[in-house]
Design a protein around this ligand. Structure first.
Ligand code: MLT
Length: 279
């Protein structure tokens, strides 16, 4: 049997099945899609479809409280449970109210926002979020952009999980005609998707987070909702420190903010480098 011919003229798509493996990828040469099906990126797509103006993904609860003190709504969880003192947890059902239109929300989660910050730290060309609710518009967007892609699965505390890998496989499958697969994890994810696609909840019934949410937290409705495709056709993209929906009226404002943020970040980096070279 002959190996499949790789068309080197095509851009590549890679699957990073855990943030712990992110340095195996050329993040600064790619668009990063952060995937956290249960539930961060599902929740983000829901929130932006409700008209939220921006979301700030932060690493720590303390950053969340500090921004809450400045007037931001504050959302997030640790180990799946809402952080005490936050305005919201991390259920997509908490982000469907029309009153959220135009609001700015800071969010921190166990894995999803950590994966976003890992891509920021590695100077990804662009960072967007993906999950089943924005599956088709995301794949159309990625095809039009025609850049290298790394699908970063948030997993659970650096362990791969089924749901994120299955979604990554669904994206690889849809992008296959236009991209070349970068390494075997893309093929593994696509094979898993093909095996699980018609029976996702059946497959997920033994997954760790499904059980955490289903049994420990009785949040089975979130699991069922997160597996539905194309319920929220939005593309949250990171502009500096803010996630904004790419077709929203707020993009220009946050593009300006992002320029200032990038300049400040570069100056701080230069100062850090000169200090360390003087020592
Ligand atoms: C995560 O960050 O892995 C999830 O958002 C956790 C959750 O919402 O239960």
């Amino acid at each position: 049997m002959k190996p499949v011919k790789v068309d080197k003229s095509k851009k590549w798509v890679g699957v990073c099945i855990s943030p712990a493996l992110i340095d195996q990828f050329e993040i600064d040469k790619a668009i990063v899609v952060v995937i956290d099906v249960l539930r961060a990126t599902t929740t983000m797509c829901t929130a932006f479809d409700s008209g939220v103006r921006s979301m700030i993904p932060v690493l720590t609860k303390e950053e969340g409280f500090a921004l809450q003190a400045q007037g931001y709504l504050c959302a997030g969880e640790r180990n799946g449970e809402q952080v005490e003192g936050f305005d919201f947890g991390n259920s997509p059902f908490s982000f469907m109210a029309p009153e959220l239109k135009g609001k700015d929300i800071v969010i921190t989660t166990t894995n999803g926002t950590k994966a976003i910050q890992a891509a920021v730290a590695r100077n990804a060309k662009e960072i967007v979020v993906g999950s089943f609710p924005n599956y088709s518009v995301l794949c159309e967007y990625l095809t039009k952009k025609n850049e290298n892609i790394v699908l970063v699965c948030a997993g659970w505390k650096d362990k791969p999980n089924l749901e994120d890998t299955i979604f990554a496989g669904a994206v690889v499958r849809r992008l296959r005609p236009h991209f070349r697969t970068y390494e075997d994890t893309a093929l593994i994810a696509e094979t898993l998707f093909k095996a699980a696609n018609r029976r996702k909840r059946y497959y997920l019934r033994s997954s760790s987070h499904f059980n955490r949410l289903f049994h420990k937290l009785q949040i089975q409705k979130d699991v069922k909702y997160a597996l539905r495709r194309d319920t929220h056709p939005v593309i949250p993209k990171l502009y500096g420190e803010h996630l904004v929906e790419i077709n929203s009226p707020y993009v220009a404002e946050f593009e300006e903010k992002a320029k200032a943020w990038k300049a400040a970040r570069a100056a701080a980096k230069a100062a850090e480098n000169s200090t360390s070279s003087n020592n």
